[in-house]
Design a protein around this ligand. Structure first.
Ligand SMILES: [Zn+2]
Length: 154
């Protein structure tokens, strides 16, 4: 009986944590139509529908000016230019985000788990993180879509 109760309680816990994650609240929330009106078509598809821009096509892929990269959805500062490096993967790459600005999630779109990164403030999809970053710093590669970012010079 005790064991059964344990299973009931743990399955309830799993159910509630699932419900919790699907009802994530963000500081900036807009309707689908509002996002469509505000964003370019490609930024909308990436940020709100988790599309990926074609490699080597993004405007920040080969771009190394000094400044800050903001979320294209809500303008939150996400990356400093001194954490950007050339990974040759075809997308802007960073070895570290600005502290506490991202949400890490898991997606199975390609049939295996990948760590998805989202803007903490608006929930916009940015890209993924991988463990093949520069070994001399963090070893982490944030692979971010250019259209999810807006660069501002400092
Ligand atoms: Zn955002």
């Amino acid at each position: 009986m005790k064991i059964r109760l344990f299973f009931v309680i743990s399955s309830l816990f799993v159910m509630f944590s699932f419900l919790g994650s699907s009802q994530q609240k963000y500081e900036v929330e807009k309707s689908d139509q509002e996002w469509k009106n505000q964003l370019t078509e490609m930024s909308y598809l990436v940020l709100r529908k988790a599309y990926t821009e074609r490699p080597y096509t993004g405007k920040y892929d080969n771009f190394y000016e000094t400044g800050t990269y903001h979320c294209a959805g809500c303008d939150e500062e996400l990356y400093k230019s001194d954490r950007k490096y050339n990974s040759n993967c075809g997308w802007p790459s960073f070895d570290m985000e600005i502290k506490d600005k991202l949400i890490y999630d898991v997606d199975y779109k390609l049939g295996y788990p990948r760590t998805e990164i989202k803007c903490k403030k608006c929930g916009g999809h940015l890209g993924h993180v991988f463990n093949d970053g520069p070994k001399e710093t963090t070893g982490i590669r944030h692979c971010v879509n250019s259209v999810a970012l807006v660069f501002k010079k400092t």
